[in-house]
Structures are given as structure tokens and as C-alpha cells.
Design a protein around this ligand. Structure first.
Ligand SMILES: Nc1ncnc2c1ncn2[C@@H]1O[C@H](COP(=O)(O)OP(=O)(O)OP(=O)(O)O)[C@@H](O)[C@H]1O
Ligand SMILES: [Mg+2]
Length: 343
């Protein structure tokens, strides 16, 4: 069995606001294997960023982990102090964000910023750190790196800045790279290039990758497994193949309808999921997707569904339609693509 690098168990995170407790993450469990790229997908507000910030313990006041465990290399990060986490961050887990301009310092050269990250985490001389910075720029395909290393962030294009951020994140050879919407601010062609780079680096360096995005289309090519989030819960998880070709949750089916098919010539009609996400100050007792679901039944509003697993146990979803006694729904069954639920 593949070795687990990260294991998140029943994670719960809330924000204690003046209006009350916003239950942003309500019991999330998943794992990341060594060397694997996993995608976390869901609409805005589903809890993707809060999940990653909880793992890194970078939640800002009034956010707080209220339950669960985050096992990373044999230690529960949820119990670690901020000081202990400083060692984990950057060194063992690195993170890149959507907008590299806010993470890069405008007054230092790109080279300085990569070297600084290297010196901070590894005991290297300035000269060796400079060499390593050059090597990193080459690794992320920055053209003419000897010259570009002396550029300031504003002299880089958006795509190059994101490459520089990836270089900084990977310069300390982390075990896990968390990328939160790393390509959202870029145009489509550059987006594809950055994703290809991330995929190549994941293969080459064997760094586990957690790619967070609201676009299910983006993770298809990069990630071997996908976690689909909604309303602070995991609706479905499985291999990318299973999620794309045989989704089990109506929410995933809805997300799939809203992705453009790049390879297709036919005129496309993208269908957004109608309705709005649940209020996490007063989360619903039943399925959070109930109000927006085309197939909702009475029970869905009353009781949160358990996870039902596919026969091989590798694909699961939280949906009452998967219960063996659920009434047959032909439309749902056709979208599900013949998945059978195991005992
Ligand atoms: N500081 C905060 N105070 C109160 N609620 C918060 C705070 N930060 C996040 N939340 C709530 O937590 C929930 C999850 O937010 P999160 O940022 O994880 O969503 P997301 O899936 O990353 O969305 P996006 O795609 O927009 O980045 C949201 O309902 C949000 O309103
Ligand atoms: Mg986010």
C-alpha cells in the first residue's frame, strides 16, 4: 500500500464571529499519499482554503480548529505550537497562492527572494544559494535565467511570477506543496502551462501536491485523485477517472456540467448550478446540497447522509440516493455511469 504523507481526520474549523460560530469545516477526512497529486475542488465558500490554512495552522483570528487531527509524517500538526509549525512551514510543507504579486516582495530581486528562502531553511552559503536559485529558475522554465535572476517582480509577467513562486516554494524541497488556486489570476494559455509545469515537477521531484481549485476541469490532467467539497463537507472523493466518468454525487454532476470541454468543436452550453451555498452560521441538518439538488428526497433535508462506497471501496460519496433502498431515479442512474455500491 502506498505510504500516507498527510492524513486529515474529521477536521473541524470554525470562525467565532460576532454573529455566532461559522462552521466552515464540519468534519473533513482525506489523505495524500507520498508523491501523489490530489485535487480539492468546490465552489467559492465550500471550505477549500480554510482546509489548507487549518493544515498549515495559518488561520487568522477568529478562526480556530475545533476538532480532528492532521497527521503529517507521524505527527499531529493540530497539536503543534506556532513555533513548532514554523519549522514545518516552508521546510516540509510549502504553499503557493493565487496572486503571486502579493506574495513576492516588490523591492527585492527574484534571485534574492529565492536565495533568502533557501538560506532560511538550508545551511547554504550566499554563493551556493545563488547557484541553487539559478537551478530553480531553470527547473521552472524561466527563459534566460542568468539574466532574469536579477529582475524585480514587476519585470516578470504574471505567468513568470507564478513560476518564481513555485521556484521559491520548491527550493527547500518540501514533502508537500499546497497550491491554492495557483492559476486563477492567469489567462487560459498561461494557466495550462503552469499546470503542466506543476504536473511535471510532481513527477520529477516526487513532491506530493495538493491542488486547490474551483474548476474541476483543471485537476483532471494533474491529479490522480479528487476531493469534492461543499458547505464545509466532502461530498465525494475518488480517482480523477471515477469523478469524471462516473460521478456519484449530484453536486459533482453539477460541477461537471459547468466545465468547458476544450477538445470539443461543438457549440457548448455550460450549465451553472443554480441557487446559493448554505449558511454556515446555521448549517442544515441534512445534506447541505439539498436545496439545490435536482434529485432531492425528503430524507435529504432531515438527516445528513453517510458515505457510501463503491464496490472497490476507492470511490465514495455522501448522498442518500446511494442507499440500497433509495427509489430508482433513471436520470441520476444514467449520470452515475453504472457505479455499484459495495456492502
Ligand atoms: N474570517 C472569516 N470569518 C468568518 N467566516 C469565514 C472567514 N474566513 C472564511 N470564512 C467562511 O468559511 C467558509 C469557507 O471559506 P473558504 O475561504 O475556505 O472557501 P473556498 O472554498 O476557499 O472559496 P474560494 O473558492 O472563494 O476561495 C466560507 O463560508 C467563509 O464565509
Ligand atoms: Mg479559497
Amino acid at each position: 500500500m502506498a505510504e500516507k504523507l498527510l492524513e486529515v481526520k474529521d477536521l473541524r474549523t470554525s470562525f467565532f464571529t460576532h454573529l455566532g460560530e461559522v462552521k466552515a469545516i464540519r468534519g473533513v477526512s482525506f489523505d495524500v499519499e507520498k508523491g501523489e497529486a490530489i485535487g480539492i475542488v468546490g465552489e467559492s465558500g465550500s471550505g477549500k482554503s480554510v482546509t489548507s490554512l487549518s493544515i498549515m495552522k495559518l488561520l487568522l483570528y477568529p478562526g480556530k480548529i475545533v476538532g480532528g487531527e492532521v497527521w503529517f509524517k507521524g505527527e499531529n500538526l493540530a497539536n503543534k505550537s506556532n513555533k513548532e509549525m514554523m519549522n514545518v512551514r516552508g521546510n516540509e510543507i510549502a504553499m503557493i497562492f493565487q496572486d503571486p504579486m502579493t506574495s513576492l516582495n516588490p523591492v527585492y530581486t527574484i534571485g534574492n527572494q529565492i536565495s533568502e528562502a533557501i538560506i532560511k531553511h538550508q545551511k547554504l552559503s550566499k554563493k551556493d544559494a545563488h547557484e541553487k536559485a539559478l537551478e530553480m529558475l531553470r527547473l521552472v522554465n524561466i527563459p534566460d535565467p542568468e539574466k532574469r535572476i536579477n529582475n524585480f517582480p514587476h519585470e516578470f509577467s504574471g505567468g513568470m511570477r507564478q513560476r518564481a513562486m513555485i521556484a521559491i516554494a520548491l527550493s527547500c524541497e518540501p514533502d508537500l506543496l499546497i497550491a491554492d488556486e495557483p492559476t486563477t489570476a492567469l489567462d487560459v494559455t498561461i494557466q495550462a502551462q503552469i499546470l503542466k509545469l506543476m504536473k511535471d515537477l510532481n513527477k520529477k521531484l516526487d513532491t506530493s501536491t495538493m491542488l486547490i481549485t474551483h474548476d474541476l476541469g483543471v485537476v483532471a490532467d494533474v491529479c490522480s485523485r479528487v476531493v469534492v467539497m461543499y458547505g464545509g463537507l466532502i461530498m465525494e472523493k475518488g480517482s480523477s477517472r471515477d469523478i469524471y466518468y462516473s460521478p456519484m454525487h449530484p453536486y459533482t454532476m453539477g460541477l461537471l456540467k459547468s466545465i468547458p470541454k476544450i477538445a470539443s468543436d461543438e457549440k457548448q452550453r455550460l450549465i451553472p448550478i443554480t441557487g446559493t451555498p448554505p449558511d454556515l452560521l446555521n448549517p442544515p441538518t441534512g445534506c447541505p446540497f439539498y436545496a439545490r439538488c435536482d434529485f432531492a428526497m425528503k430524507v435529504c433535508n432531515q438527516e445528513q447522509p453517510p458515505y457510501f462506497k463503491s464496490e472497490n471501496g476507492k470511490h465514495e460519496a455522501m448522498c442518500w440516493l446511494l442507499h440500497p433502498d433509495a427509489p430508482k431515479n433513471e436520470v441520476y442512474d444514467s449520470l452515475k455511469g453504472g457505479v455499484r455500491i459495495g456492502k
